[in-house]
Design a protein around this ligand. Structure first.
Ligand code: NDP
Ligand code: AKG
Length: 428
């Protein structure tokens, strides 16, 4: 693959397949299911546009540092490119290309009129002051000014960014256009056209898809034991909503480590602890646990909500959960996915389980384009309708074809894109 070979990715084992090649592998499996035209497949195996810009940022000490900012646009056959902006030290073009491709299938699966993109900068935002982060975000936006826009490509938050960065991006873009452009980013603060419910949307989608999967097995969320890796925007919201729904969150973690309580953690109290201490570690009344230990705990549901490549061939044999919900993008390696499938562990794939975020981003964009804003009940209702519908289409396809939920989800998403390409005349 062109993209993966351009970017060196560290290989924990010789069998390691990077997220981009893995996503292509799932694409190829879906293409085989669909009997897809190879001319369409070869187009979809490559991102349409890869942009790298130089970002000179003046640091607080007076020195100028040059950062590389990226945006990968995979496919816009269904509508404008859409996807998050990640600030994390591991950001690279191979990773972003995989994440952009995932966005294409996610939007198509959910039936929202967007293509897929992802962008980011390889920095640890904790090492920069707020002023430095503002300057680098504004410069990144300026450098991408011709590549983004409400009808072109619409960024959103991802790891290491939030409504604050989206506000800076929206303001920078708007200053260049000479008027307020609400639709250029989503995940904005409510004061400038953000949507009610967006902050909890990805976690809410995780809760809804887990709930639907359990219901199909004749279970409810009441008393179900859950371990969650990552306690950020997604993991934190999922923990809160699942806790409110009666589930027992027995362990959570962040980059510093994890906490465990077999009787269930008090999630509101843990959130207050995190607000003060900036980590879950040291939460009174809990036991310490490492990120690795969290993944293999005995529990009903495991929710990786942090980074890629967390469940690998090294720990897949020891996963004890019966259901794994991919709140993070690409947290399971290719071989680990096969091991889990062979062991009969159900995996709710990322393009379904974490789609609540982009669905509410779409609803935010619709509200911004029409200058008409909805109450939170309506936002949550519309999102839930789309997500439940997608879950049941995927589950039905999986049962009818005797394939995994992942292959079913890919087949439905990829099928929609390929049909659109045919209808448009193969798309240049
Ligand atoms: N935000 C969104 O709307 C969406 C996000 N996603 C995906 O969800 C995942 C999480 O994103 P989001 O919640 O937004 O990001 P955040 O930056 O808000 O949170 C990331 C969380 O992961 C933790 N973390 C970082 N490194 C590690 C590590 N090595 N081990 C364990 N935990 C770690 C962070 O800990 P710490 O705080 O200590 O750094 C933090 O708790 C990503 O895969 C993202 O692509 C998918 C769909 C939408
Ligand atoms: O909300 C969005 O537009 C994108 C969210 C995202 O980056 C993702 O779903 O991975």
């Amino acid at each position: 693959m062109v993209v993966s070979s351009q970017v060196a990715t560290t290989s924990p084992t010789p069998a390691y397949i990077c997220p981009f090649d893995r996503t292509c592998s799932y694409l190829n499996q879906a293409a085989a299911e669909l009997g897809m035209d190879p001319n369409i497949l070869v187009i979809l195996e490559h991102p349409r546009k890869v942009v790298t810009v130089s970002i000179p940022v003046k640091l607080d000490n007076g020195k100028v540092q040059i950062l590389a900012g990226h945006r990968v646009q995979h496919c816009d056959v269904l509508g404008p490119y859409k996807g998050g902006t990640r600030y994390h030290p591991t950001v690279n073009l191979g990773e972003l290309s995989a994440l952009a491709m995932l966005m294409t299938w996610k939007c198509a699966l959910l039936g929202i009129p967007y293509g897929g993109a992802k962008g980011g900068i390889a920095i640890d935002p904790a090492q920069y002051s707020v002023g430095e982060l503002e300057r680098l975000t504004r410069r990144y936006t300026s450098e991408l000014i011709k590549d983004i826009g409400p009808a072109i490509d619409i960024p959103a938050p991802d790891i290491g960014t939030s409504s604050r960065e989206m506000a800076w991006m929206m303001d920078t873009y708007s200053m260049n256009m000479g008027h307020a452009v609400l639709g250029v980013v989503t995940g904005k603060p409510l004061s400038i056209g953000g949507s009610k419910g967006r902050d909890m949307a990805t976690g809410r989608g995780v809760m809804i898809t887990v709930r639907e999967a359990l219901l199909e097995k004749g279970q409810t969320l009441e008393g179900v034991t859950i371990a969650i890796q990552g306690f950020g925007k997604v993991g934190g919201a999922a923990a809160q909503l699942l806790h409110e729904a009666g589930a027992k969150i027995i362990a959570v973690s962040d980059a510093f480590g994890g906490v465990f309580d077999a009787n269930g953690l008090d999630i509101p109290a843990l959130q207050s602890h995190v607000n003060n201490q900036k980590t879950v570690v040291g939460f009174p009344g809990s036991d310490s646990i490492s990120n690795a230990e969290l993944l293999t705990l005995p529990c009903d549901v495991l929710i990786p909500a942090a980074l890629e490549d967390q469940i690998t061939e090294d720990n897949a044999d020891r996963i004890q959960a019966k259901l794994v919900a991919e709140a993070a993008n690409a947290p399971i390696t290719l071989i680990a996915d096969q091991i889990l499938e062979t062991r009969g562990i159900t995996v709710l794939p990322d393009i379904l389980a974490n789609a609540g975020g982009v669905v509410v981003s779409y609803l935010e964009w619709v509200q911004g384009q029409s200058f008409l804003f909805w109450d939170e009940k309506r936002v949550n209702r519309e999102m839930e309708k789309l997500l439940r519908n997608a879950y049941h289409r995927v589950s039905q396809h999986s049962q009818q074809r005797s394939v995994s939920l992942r292959l079913a989800a890919y087949t439905l998403g990829v099928g929609r894109v390929s049909q659109a390409m045919k209808d448009r005349g193969l798309y240049p």
